[in-house]
Design a protein around this ligand. Sequence first.
Ligand SMILES: Nc1nc2c(ncn2[C@@H]2O[C@H](COP(=O)(O)OP(=O)(O)OP(=O)(O)O)[C@@H](O)[C@H]2O)c(=O)[nH]1
Length: 631
Amino acid sequence: MKSQELSDSVSMNIYFKHMIWGTGLLLYSLAGLARISAFNPAYQDLLDLSENQPQKALQYWQEMDPVDFSAARKAEHHLVASQLYGNLDYPNKMTTAAQQGLALISSKEEPWLFHQLSLALVDSWDRNGTGIRGLAKVEDAQRWGAENNDLGTRLYAMLILSQLLIQTDQYNQALQLVQEAYDLAPVEGPDLVKADFSNQMSAIYVYRDEFEIALPYLQETLAHYRKKDKKLAVSIALFELGRAHLVLDRTASGLAYLQESIQIAVAINDLQGIAYGLNELATHHLSLQEYDKAESYLQEARQRFNEAGNQYMLFDNNIQLSQLYTQTKQFGLAEQYLTTAAQQVDPQLLPFSQIAIQRQQANILDARGQHEEAYDLLTDAVKQLQELEAQQSAEKLHQIRAIFEVESSEQENQLLAQKNQLQQQQLAIKNQQNILLMLFLVSALLLVLFLIYFTFKFRRQSARLHELANYDELTGLRNRSNTIYAIKHKLKNLDKEQPMYLVMIDLDYFKDINDRFGHALGDKVLKIFGDYCRDVFSENDLAGRVGGEEFLVCLTGYTPQQAFDRIEKLRQKTAKMHHLIKAPDFSVTLSAGLCQITADKPSFHQWVKCADKALYQAKHAGRNQTIAADL
Ligand SMILES: Nc1nc2c(ncn2[C@@H]2O[C@H](COP(=O)(O)OP(=O)(O)OP(=O)(O)O)[C@@H](O)[C@H]2O)c(=O)[nH]1
């Protein structure tokens, strides 16, 4: 009784392990279907062919001669090989091909090839159960794919990463990642599509023994690949569906799916596909104790696994044969297959295989009636199993930690990158603002300068216009109209307290000066006379040129004597002008008539007349004098 319990417990674990190998290897071959859209058409055709005739595609590839290829093209050639071997589920050859490709290129020169080859390498490691060591490579490829909008590479990386998560029992994270990839993936296309991820989703549920949930995902995958007529993928999906149905006790449909899977695998000459299908059928018949059927299936599967060189499945197959022969009491055969199984795998590499061998050994002993020995062997196997499981748990913990650390450093990097980007954006905005501010300031400055310039110019021009309109150009004194206007204005606001005088001045014999010394000198005399007027009269006085050599002056706020003296001062100054004029016998004088304006409001003309009269008197009296007149 005890030995049976022990046997069951070991058997369960072996079965579980078998599930991992079986499911893993088959599902991984879908990962190998990741297409490479950047390939040249010949390679793409080869990969297309590989999906229906994997052996033939490999054969064509082997016939190609890459001697003259550049390093990058050679690497591409190896990448194609890795994919072809992946489709055939030859992980070791896949590893070699990926490594050969990677040896030829660098990540800087050929980033796409580099990441695709790295993923193929980790993919191949993963098929051998050691994928976790490639975690950093997968993360790198995923990041590169996302940053460079290479969805194919990104999705391939996500698929491999989900495998690594499954390997470390992180099913929830794997589901999350696969769902994310499913959302990103296109419905159709040369790279991975939604159906590949629904398939991966089903694989996770299968790992968790949730076959019922896995079914719709498997159906989605199957429907897609049937539509696309991709036979290899159809065969794999059918196999998974068949197995799930058998586990769920839907025997008829389960067997039908498996049969169809095998038929397609035969049609496309997929040795492994055939072998997996047969093996599964055998397992089913074995559980029903239909030994003949089980034996023939197992033997046929054994042949195919042998041809394909799949050591792991050969081991499994040999153990199953040994179990079968134990149950049919053919102990010689049972031991023979067990010995073959033991030679098939390296117990260092697959420690569980050792326990499976021990368990089968115990089975044989038990069937032969050697219960004591069987019990001891099983006890030892259970102990070893417990140790192994403890060791594996520790390893998984370590691996989970590794993934967690990579993820958190990845998140940190992303955060840093986002922060950096934000800072750069802020800096760019600030720079733009500064540039705009500078432009605004420069424009404003230019505008202000323009305004200043135009205002200045306008003022100068209007001042000039004002001068031209109101002042005499030669003397700089008020012109006739301005003089008359200003004097009239003063007369209007006549203040009794402020005595006012009107003076008419005329330069003597000016015609003679012109005639003797020329018109230019006459002009000079007039100009100097203008300066003398500005010297002698104050701001409050008013002097203007009203004729050729005639001037009118209005004095305000002086006593009659002061007014007279002021005119006299101008007269004396003028009489000495000859000191300034370098011309022989030159002299100039003036005559002036002064008239005080009283408050009895006579008109401007009357005052002019009065001053003119006084001037006439001065002229008549011999010129060069000032005469003050009374009205
Ligand atoms: N150079 C120059 N001569 C002018 C200007 N305006 C008027 N004259 C001259 O001034 C002279 C005025 O002469 P008249 O009116 O005969 O008087 P006058 O020679 O000063 O003699 P009296 O007034 O009697 O002392 C004329 O020959 C005009 O040509 C001027 O702007 N420049």
